[in-house]
Design a protein. Structure first.
Length: 284
């Protein structure tokens, strides 16, 4: 009896008993375990919210539902860009793949910036900390764990973006190629940090001045803009220097990109559940 052969976008893998590529199968198993982990954290929060102890603050006086709704929308848009990233690599369109994966990372950094600002606002203006109440403990444990997952996903996608520049049939030494890749990754990390600071500055201006010209003016007059310009210039120069010639990245890596896409979509779905049970239920 013959086994089915797993095939993805022209790339064959060794057959297995499930007919599913091993990398995708392992990712599904990991996501299943992570689903149970998040399920425990969400259930823990709901149990204590249904029986709040004395002194528990009213979440409606603390939460900024407009800001959280905006960050949720941005994360959903990142999921759309991740789907376009997978479609691009399946068509062996490397340029489109790079644009889409960088946009996905950018949206993810906006989400993290909003979450970081939200935490700072809670602590400084509402006194809502990890140890202030039982609700604070369950809230920060749940949302910060999700934030860590988003950060890991962004790092994963950035490393995959760097991998897409690996030249085919490279004649240089292994250490030279490793140094160039590390330098490229360092530039991307610098831009990621600068972009996160820019997002924090813009969100802070919007909170102080509202969605108005004053908020935009405060952003452009600050130092965040120069960080963004410097980072964009550095990345642009690196991309221009490394974009010539064929690369050792294409449709054969589609299963790797799809596995990263499964992880990213899972993180987005988990946030939809968190946003519903932690934030929206407080206003019903």
């Amino acid at each position: 009896m013959s086994h089915p052969v797993a095939e993805h976008a022209g790339h064959h893998e060794e057959p297995n008993s499930t007919g599913i590529p091993n990398k995708k199968l392992f990712m599904w198993l990991f996501l299943a375990s992570d689903c149970m982990f998040f399920g425990c954290l969400i259930a823990n929060h709901l149990v204590y919210r249904s029986n709040p102890p004395a002194g528990t603050p009213d979440p409606r006086t603390i939460f900024d539902i407009e800001l959280t709704s905006f960050s949720t929308f941005i994360l959903l848009m990142s999921s759309l860009m991740m789907a376009l990233t997978v479609a691009a690599i399946e068509k062996n369109n490397i340029r489109s793949f790079r644009r889409c994966i960088l946009t996905t990372c950018f949206f993810g950094m906006i989400f993290l910036g909003c979450q970081a600002y939200e935490f700072v606002h809670f602590v400084q203006h509402s006194g809502f900390t990890l140890s202030s109440s039982l609700m604070g403990s369950t809230f920060y444990m749940l949302t910060s764990t999700h934030g860590i997952h988003v950060s890991i996903g962004i790092l994963w996608l950035l490393l995959m973006y760097v991998q897409s520049f690996k030249p085919a049939n490279a004649h240089g030494s292994v250490f030279r190629e490793m140094g160039r890749s590390l330098g490229h990754a360092a530039f991307l990390v610098a831009v990621a940090v600068g972009g996160l600071l820019c997002v924090l500055g813009l969100v802070h201006g919007m909170e102080d001045h509202g969605v108005s010209g004053a908020a935009i003016g405060a952003f452009f007059s600050g130092s965040w803009l120069w960080i963004l310009i410097l980072g964009a210039g550095l990345v642009g120069s690196v991309i221009k220097a490394r974009q010539s010639g064929p690369v050792d990245f294409g449709v054969k890596n589609a299963i790797d990109v799809e596995s990263a896409g499964l992880y990213w979509h899972f993180v987005d779905i988990v946030w939809i559940v968190i946003f519903t049970v932690v934030y929206l239920l407080e206003y019903i």
